[in-house]
Design a protein around this ligand. Structure first.
Ligand SMILES: [Zn+2]
Length: 208
C-alpha cells in the first residue's frame, strides 16, 4: 500500500476514520516508531484499525501486526481498547494507568513490526508462536532502554520453557512492555539501568 505523505496526513486520516481515539494512536506511533529501535520503522506506512468488536481467535488478543517488506504494517485495536459511544469511538478507560497500558499496547505491536524486520534481515524463523524466539527478544532488547530506561542484556533472555532464574521467563517476555516495567520499577537485577552496561551504538540510518 502507498504510505501517507506526511505525519499530518497520517494524523488526519486516523482522526477522520476513528475520531480522537484514532488520532491518539497515530500520535503514539509517530512518537515511538522512529526512535524506539536500532533502525527506524517505516512510520508513514503504519496504520491502526480500531474496531470495537471481538476479532481473532483468542478473547485476550487486542492487536495484530501483518505485513511483509514494503507492504505496510497494520495494528488492530478491538473492544478491549475502544468502544462505540454515541457514534464515536472512545478509549475504553481514561485512567492514567490505562493510558500507560494503551501506549504499551501500541509499543508492543510496533515491537512486532521490528521483530518482522529482524527476521527478514537475518532469516530467523518463528517456531513457537510470536513471543518465544530470537527476533522477539532482540526487538524488545532494542526498545527496552529507551522505553523503560533499562537494558535487556542477552544473558537475561529466556532459554526455553524451563529457563534459569537468572533470566526472564517466556511469559514475562510475552507481556512486554508492562511485565518488564513492573520488574524495572522494582530494580530487578536482570534489567540493569541504562548506563550500567555498555550500550550498542548503531549508526545505520536506513528505514526498516
Ligand atoms: Zn504480541
Amino acid at each position: 500500500m502507498k504510505p501517507f505523505h506526511s505525519s499530518e496526513e497520517m494524523l488526519d486520516a486516523h482522526e477522520l476514520m476513528f475520531g480522537e481515539a484514532g488520532r491518539r494512536c497515530a500520535e503514539i506511533i509517530l512518537k515511538w516508531a522512529t526512535t524506539l529501535f536500532a533502525v527506524p520503522l517505516d512510520v508513514l506506512n503504519i496504520r491502526v484499525v480500531l474496531a470495537p468488536v471481538e476479532l481473532g481467535p483468542y478473547n485476550r488478543h487486542t492487536g495484530y501486526h501483518y505485513g511483509s517488506e514494503g507492504s505496510g504494517t497494520f495494528i488492530l485495536g478491538n473492544r478491549h481498547i475502544v468502544k462505540l459511544s454515541s457514534g464515536t469511538l472512545v478509549l475504553t478507560e481514561q485512567s492514567d494507568e490505562f493510558l500507560i497500558g494503551f501506549e504499551d499496547f501500541i509499543v508492543h505491536e510496533l515491537t512486532h513490526a521490528r521483530q518482522a524486520c529482524l527476521e527478514r534481515q537475518h532469516g530467523w524463523k518463528r517456531t513457537r508462536g510470536a513471543h518465544r524466539d530470537q527476533g522477539w527478544y532482540a526487538a524488545v532488547a532494542e526498545a527496552c532502554p529507551r522505553y523503560l530506561g533499562v537494558e535487556l542484556p542477552r544473558s537475561s533472555w529466556p532459554k526455553g520453557p524451563r529457563t534459569p532464574e537468572s533470566t526472564l521467563t517466556e511469559v514475562q517476555m510475552c507481556h512486554w512492555p508492562m511485565s518488564l516495567r513492573l520488574l524495572a520499577t522494582s530494580d530487578d537485577p536482570r534489567l540493569p539501568k541504562v548506563g550500567n552496561t555498555p550500550t550498542v551504538v548503531h549508526d545505520r540510518l536506513e528505514v526498516c
